[in-house]
Ligand binder design. Sequence first.
Ligand code: NDP
Ligand code: MG
Length: 381
Amino acid sequence: MKRLVILGSTGSIGVNTLNVVREFPHKFKVTALTVNKNVEELAKQVSEFKPEKVFIKDEVALEEFKKINKHPVKIFSGPSGLTDIAKDDDYDIMVSALVGFAGLAPTIEGIKLGKRIALANKETLVVAGELINKLCSVHHSEIIPVDSEHSAIFQCMVGEKKDDVEKLILTASGGPFLMKSISELQNVTVSEALDHPNWSMGNKITIDSATMMNKGLEVIEAHWLFGLPQEKIDVVVHPQSIIHSMVEFIDGSIKAQLSMPDMKLPIQYALSYPERFSSSFVETNFPKLGSLTFFEPEFEKFKCLKLAFDVLNAGGTSPCILNAANEIAVSSFLKGNIKFLDIPVLIEKALNKIENHSSPDIETIFECDTITRNYLRSLTN
Ligand code: NDP
Ligand code: MG
């Protein structure tokens, strides 16, 4: 029986993780659930999964939870509540599924305890990949990716050597605007941008998919997870999202991992690895699929993807600047304060304005995140 801490249990990944746990009651026990403010959903989760602990960030929601919860559970809150849960050495696997930079601090605590991290929060590796890898090797912690592309590559790499890899090929759906021209992107609405063709996800990552920043963040994530340089990481647009990603080896052979798109699959694999558990979440029927197609990504149209490749080359704190600027720009777009095409413009401004520090320590990364957020807020408010 593996004990799980699920950070972000009310999110798209969190809920899917609980869907997996529900299928395997004898394999997994939920010990802690954490949320920002969706306490109505949290109360239902507590009633079903009976965790020992919960964390609620929002103070108003915290009081509401105390009123509606009917089950014995220890409630954590306040600025250190989330890391206190992560630091408590009473679990086996941390499912890191907060959205954004907020996921970094608790994930570090899980790594310091030598836990398995089922990592959905790609921002952790984007902003602090070098540090995270060092911490993992010092504390013997393993990161198993939940992101579908990285789970695919991880599965293709089982039994293979890193030296035999010619390149990683990350597939991208291209999002809802794949077929639109740059001029058509001028006035796209928030609801159009949130209408992803293949995946149902949280709002932030859905906008990142529409700008293709998501694929950019995933290139950086792949670099740190698999230890390969940018030249060995390619992106190919594959609108059907059936091939989740591929690895080409030095003999020209290519391995791919395929299935109908469903995040329960990579989540389950991150929890069960190195085993596979029998489940029937997805069924892939090839004759019904028809054709699978592939295109080159358009860097001119999807400037965020280009910016992500640039910061991977620049290194230091520039991925942290890109990430923080993106988080604020996306949140402004979602509030209707800026236009869709302003997102890459604002990120580029931040990259030009804010100093890049090489080989940053953790304090420098937190400082850089705050400086960038403040700068972006001054441009968007
Ligand atoms: P959601 O927005 O759906 O969920 C985020 C979760 O984190 C919610 O439980 C939310 O609580 C909580 N949360 C948000 N902000 C904070 C905060 N500041 N402090 C504490 N808790 C917070 O996100 P997703 O599930 O879509 O994504 C989670 C991560 O996984 C992201 O990094 C994303 O890039 C990655 N990912 C997601 C995929 C997907 O299919 N969704 C696929 C691959 C990767 P509340 O509900 O109360 O607001
Ligand atoms: Mg992905």
